[in-house]
Write a protein that binds this ligand. Structure first.
Ligand SMILES: Nc1ncnc2c1ncn2[C@@H]1O[C@H](COP(=O)(O)OP(=O)(O)OP(=O)(O)O)[C@@H](O)[C@H]1O
Length: 270
């Protein structure tokens, strides 16, 4: 792969991606079919869909944790695979921050884990920088996860994901395990970090309000198929969305906003 191709290719591409689980005596389950999209540097794609739609499978295929049955995913124009001992340009933030951190290690040591190979002083300096970046007092680097709240833990998980300076950040329901009051803070943190660091992001969410604030483009999945892929503004334009499921999703989200008073301005206030 030449540098010029890496330089011009989208940060993330999925081309005719399909994934079927089972077979060989077990029931076959088509989790994804013919999924195509791309995400440029500094842009965000939200993947929206109900439970079982294939969102996590899609993110795992992009991360190289799952092998597609058909089609491919590319990172900066090249196939991507997780390799032991190599820091990946693709980092992930999961739904439940307490599961993502080792309860027996200090948070500083967890954040420093992807920085193996750097000197002790360089790792310490980077941990201090990362904790400050996500709004956690760096003096708490020596504390264990149990002494932090859920929102603080998600900030720490985000700091660890950013440690190796990834060009792609994949977030699987990054706010859904958190209190509503904390969700907006994490969303605003992700927005700020993306502005500063320019990574391409994919954010899985079942909440269209989150997609509206965070994403440039949206992919709506149902039963593993793409029902809508395009700019978030087009999704919200009743004249451009013709699929009844997608239209229903958008109007349900509008009703929820009216009922709960949750809108993008409120989220952006943090
Ligand atoms: N390892 C696996 N083996 C067999 N089937 C799987 C596996 N992983 C996912 N599936 C199936 O693939 C489909 C998509 O699952 P996936 O977890 O990607 O959906 P999702 O949209 O992320 O759902 P949720 O919002 O509930 O997490 C489901 O029918 C699921 O049962």
């Amino acid at each position: 792969m030449t540098t010029s191709v890496i330089g011009t290719a989208p940060a993330i591409e999925a081309i005719g991606l399909g994934k079927t689980f089972g077979g060989r005596g077990r029931v076959k389950r088509e989790a994804l079919a013919e999924i195509t999209f791309s995400v440029e540097r500094g842009r965000t794609l939200a993947i929206v869909g109900e439970s079982g739609a294939g969102k996590t499978t899609l993110v795992r295929c992009i991360a190289g944790l799952e092998t597609p049955t058909s089609g491919e995913t590319l990172i900066h124009g090249a196939p991507h695979a997780c390799r032991a001992g190599r820091v990946s340009p693709v980092q992930m933030v999961f739904q439940n921050p307490s599961d993502a951190l080792d309860s027996m290690r200090s948070v500083g040591s967890s954040i420093a884990e992807p920085l193996r190979g750097r000197s002790r002083a360089a790792r310490r300096a980077r941990v201090t920088e990362l904790l400050s970046l996500v709004g956690i007092n760096p003096a708490r680097a020596k504390d264990r996860p149990r002494s932090f709240s859920g929102g603080q833990l998600q900030r720490i998980v985000i700091a660890r994901a950013l440690a190796p300076e990834p060009s792609v950040l994949l977030c699987d329901e990054p706010t859904s395990a958190l209190d509503v009051s904390v969700q907006a803070q994490i969303i605003n943190l992700l927005l700020k970090l993306q502005k500063e660091h320019g990574f391409a992001a994919v954010v899985v969410t079942h909440d269209l309000a989150v997609a509206k604030v965070l994403a440039d483009d949206v992919l709506v999945l149902r039963h593993g198929k793409s029902l809508f892929y395009g700019p978030v503004d087009d999704l919200l334009d009743v004249n451009l969305t013709h699929d009844p499921y997608v239209t229903g999703l958008v109007s349900a989200s509008r009703d929820a906003e009216l009922g709960l008073g949750t809108d993008e301005e409120e989220l952006a206030l943090g």
